[in-house]
Design a protein around this ligand. Structure first.
Ligand SMILES: Nc1nc2c(c(=O)[nH]1)N[C@H]1C(S)=C(S)[C@@H](COP(=O)(O)OP(=O)(O)OC[C@H]3O[C@@H](n4cnc5c(=O)[nH]c(N)nc54)[C@H](O)[C@@H]3O)O[C@H]1N2
Ligand SMILES: Nc1nc2c(c(=O)[nH]1)N[C@H]1C(S)=C(S)[C@@H](COP(=O)(O)OP(=O)(O)OC[C@H]3O[C@@H](n4cnc5c(=O)[nH]c(N)nc54)[C@H](O)[C@@H]3O)O[C@H]1N2
Ligand SMILES: [Mo]
Length: 772
């Protein structure tokens, strides 16, 4: 037996369930969504607990839904509740009354748990007490909090350098906990702070920080309500940001047109039945996309260039009517060089690269031509590509040509994923902190923070494998399953002396571990966080830069959980002891003190404690939103960027594969086995293929296949998938994440952001060969 198979499995078992297919849907939400929400929450949490929680979700004074970073309406929140089906499912996951006690771990070995699929692992329940896996151990066993902190501190203090430890963050952690966490990590002495953003919107942050002077979007929710055109590129809001559909509906009612850009026809981009409106409940659909451009995978850059060329031609014909020359003159540089660069492309060739007929691109240009109140939204379909940073810069080029920034109803709208991922970065969870920020930490706290850049996610995995890391610590998330090249990551994790996860639920990162492993159970967003008899409030930043409070409402399922802030403070005390200059107890006892110090360190948080308690919270300053661009390298102007088209050469038997989320998951947490809108039921191991490709490849619908990637001369294989014919461009395929992460090469990353290219994996498809 190879070493690989002796270890607890790093992947889902190669087992098929019982796939059934129905016709893909043309609209999202409606009554099925309400039903699905209720069934899940009540099933996991019971009627009283479930309804109590749903009622407080996203309400002013309630708790912030942990499912996505879409903002809450400032004024017109639903009187009943402001949530969506997938928010309710996220809640069901954490509000469950099932719990994992020491007995559970005594009865189930790590290796046995790893034989379950992710869906089964997640359904086990909430982790109810700290557990420890000793060197050579087969079962996690109960450990006291004190002893757990002591063991972690001993390992950290035995390292030759603080840079032998890495501290990951996933985007649910509150501002307060994130700030204390980075403070501890930096006082300990490293900037090794990989975070989920590295795999997510890092390309956005890298592109926007450079060209508009802030790594964030520039629109407010109300901009959607009164705008002319909304472009949605590489984003599936019906599943991943369902509350966005209400904003799109409102925009449409007020006359906006929507252009969707996606290789798949996603239900939630085509139509919406608002479950919180009578007409939605009666089954009346609001049509969403007016124009649906079915691009090829990564055809977006070619598409935008083609639109720019057509707009330029129109501008030449009727000077001054298409481009915003005032903005171009006053706020940008490089316009002439940009036009010159565009000349080398021609629309027909660009259309072929994009995979979209010229006729449709002309329609898009026509819709944009005489408008400047344009909002462009994007998500993972844009960021997770080798050229993701450049595509976003091209989006900025288009925005500047049209003058669609710095005014109402217009702007750039990257739609973030995790509910506080944007806040984490604002709180300095970053492997490349700015000098100014570090100076401020030094000034306020009096210690010298490390100045060298640390490891991001991809570098962390490489450093694990190269023997440069010995301790891996995670504040939430599921590092093993979320990251690329699963088996390589697993090898890295197994080389650690110690792996530690602060978690709410069991996941595969607990089962593929270092020599020793510790799980520290924590409170979820919906749980009451009681400190000295009082329920505490924490705060998060949504995708539009609004800081809002969140206060849990449910009684925690166990008395043995600690909040994340307290865990960090206790660990800091245990690790740093008298070396520390920070009064950790002060902060653990009172989050107002944490906010007071955040206010002193991070700009924009003046009067934090007061303003966070105001209904609806407050906006962080954002100069680009006001049309001011603080670009140090470009003299406070926005540069037009000269980008190149990506080149994709496919071998005859090779396909492009994009990895996507089903409607029944939150990242690596699998809520259920249906992807209702795409018509896939009771199976996740599917590969969507164009019918012509199925035929040309000598396959047929329902065939069982294995998927291979050979990047860098190494074979990666994901075995046992079922072919599902689907409306997707030829030579393009799609399959679910995380089952296909094993195929994502560790060194296929976006230029400048180092984001794994999860939306374009080159694969070969072969008939399934059973192993053993
Ligand atoms: N319910 C639920 N909500 C979530 C999440 C979840 O897993 N479940 N995850 C959260 C997180 S962390 C994030 S980052 C967001 C993710 O939100 P999204 O970015 O919407 O999620 P994905 O499923 O990765 O897919 C993006 C879309 O891009 C399309 N696409 C794929 N490749 C390309 C391409 O090359 N070009 C274009 N134009 N489109 C392409 C896919 O067809 C899909 O519609 O959602 C957040 N919200
Ligand atoms: N192939 C492929 N890979 C991808 C992507 C893709 O599109 N394709 N998307 C990438 C993206 S956009 C992202 S953001 C990453 C996501 O990467 P992660 O953020 O690391 O993954 P999640 O699945 O969101 O993490 C789920 C775990 O978080 C823990 N958890 C949940 N709530 C809390 C909490 O409140 N506190 C704490 N401490 N723990 C909690 C639970 O134990 C749960 O098992 O994955 C990336 N990986
Ligand atoms: Mo994400």
């Amino acid at each position: 037996m190879s070493k690989e198979t002796e270890n607890p499995a790093a992947e889902n078992p190669e087992e098929l369930l019982d796939l059934t297919l129905t016709a893909p849907k043309k609209w999202a939400a409606g009554i099925p969504a309400v039903n699905a929400a209720m069934v899940d929450v009540i099933g996991e949490a019971g009627v009283v607990r479930g309804m109590e929680a749903l009622f407080h979700m996203n309400k002013k004074g309630g708790f912030d839904c942990s499912s996505c970073a879409w903002p809450d309406p400032d004024d017109d929140r639903s009187p009943i509740a402001e949530y969506c089906e997938n928010g309710a499912k996220a809640l069901a996951e954490e509000a469950t009354t099932k719990k994992l006690t020491a007995e559970f771990f005594a009865q189930n070995s790590v290796a046995d748990l790893a034989k379950l699929n992710d869906y089964e692992i997640g359904k086990k329940g909430r982790i109810a007490q700290p557990v420890y896996l000793p060197k050579g151990g087969t079962h996690y066993q109960a450990i006291s909090w004190d002893l757990a902190f002591k063991k972690i501190a001993e390992q950290l203090n035995s390292l030759t350098s603080p840079n032998e430890a890495a501290f990951y963050t996933s985007g649910r952690t509150s501002n307060e906990a994130s700030f204390m966490y980075q403070l501890f990590v930096r006082e300990f002495g490293t900037n090794n702070m990989p975070d989920c953003s590295n795999m997510c919107h890092e390309s956005t942050s890298a592109a926007l920080a450079e060209v508009i002077g802030i790594g964030k979007g520039t629109v407010k929710l109300e901009d959607f309500y009164d705008t002319d055109v909304i472009m949605i590129i590489g984003q599936n809001p019906g599943t991943n940001h369902p509350r966005m559909l209400s904003a799109l509906q409102k925009g449409k009612e007020n006359g906006a047109k929507i252009i969707a850009v996606n290789p798949l026809f996603e239900a939630g981009l085509m139509g919406f039945r608002n479950p919180q409106q009578v007409k939605g409940v009666l089954g009346i659909t609001t049509q969403l996309a007016d124009l649906y451009l079915q691009v090829k995978i990564n055809g977006d850059m070619a598409l935008i260039k083609a639109i720019e060329k057509l707009l330029y031609a129109a501008e030449v014909e009727h000077p001054g009517t298409v481009f915003d020359h005032e903005l171009i003159k006053n706020k940008t540089i490089g316009y002439t060089a940009f036009l010159h660069h565009l000349e080398k492309y021609n629309v027909d060739e660009l259309a072929v690269e994009a995979g979209v007929p010229v006729r449709q691109i002309k329609e898009a240009a026509e819709m944009l031509k005489n408008k400047s109140r344009i909002i462009i939204c994007w998500a993972m379909g844009v960021t997770q590509h080798v050229n993701g940073v450049d595509t976003i810069k091209e989006i900025v080029n288009l925005t500047m040509l049209k003058g669609s920034i710095g005014k109402p109803g217009a702007g750039l709208c990257p739609v973030r994923g995790h509910s506080n991922v944007q806040g984490n970065r604002t709180m300095m969870i970053y492997d490349k902190p700015y000098e100014k920020q570090l100076d401020k930490l030094k000034e306020i706290f009096g210690f010298e923070p490390p100045r060298n850049h640390g490891y991001d996610v991809v570098d962390t995995i490489k450093a694990m494998n190269d023997g440069k890391l010995k301790v891996f610590f995670a504040m939430g998330g599921n590092f093993l399953s979320a990251t690329p090249d699963t088996l390589y990551t697993a090898e890295g994790m197994r080389k650690m002396k110690l792996t530690v996860n602060i978690s709410t639920k069991l996941n595969r990162s607990h089962l593929v571990h270092g020599e020793e492993s510790i799980i520290l159970p924590t409170l979820a967003r919906s749980d009451k966080d009681i400190v000295r008899g009082e329920v505490q409030l924490v705060s998060c930043e949504n995708s539009m830069g609004v800081i809002q409070m969140s206060k849990g409402v449910l009684d925690p399922i166990s008395d043995n959980l600690l909040n994340e802030t307290r865990i960090v403070c206790e660990l800091a005390k245990a690790t740093l002891g008298s070396r520390s200059v920070v009064d950790w107890d002060k902060y653990a006892k009172n989050y107002d003190e944490v906010r007071n110090v955040i206010e002193r360190v991070i700009p924009g948080f003046d009067n934090y404690n007061k303003r966070v308690r105001e209904p609806g919270g407050f906006y962080l300053p954002n100069a680009a939103r006001e049309g001011k661009f603080e670009t140090d390298d470009y003299d406070n102007k926005v540069p037009f960027t000269l980008t190149e088209l990506p080149e994709h050469k496919l071998a005859d038997d090779e396909y492009m594969m994009t990895s996507i989320r089903s409607h029944d998951q939150f990242n690596t947490t699998i809520y259920g086995l249906d992807d209702r809108y795409r018509g896939v039921h009771n199976e996740r191991r599917v590969i969507f293929m164009n019918r012509k490709d199925i035929q040309k490849g000598g396959f047929k619908e329902g065939d069982q296949v294995d998927l291979f990637n050979y990047h860098g001369g190494r074979e990666r294989v994901a075995r046992l998938f079922v072919i599902v014919p689907y409306n997707i461009p030829e030579r393009n395929t799609a399959a679910y994440y995380p089952e296909t992460n094993v195929l994502v090469p560790i060194d296929s990353v976006a230029i400048k952001s180092n984001t794994p290219t999860s939306k374009l994996i080159f694969i070969k498809i072969k008939k399934h060969v059973p192993q053993n």
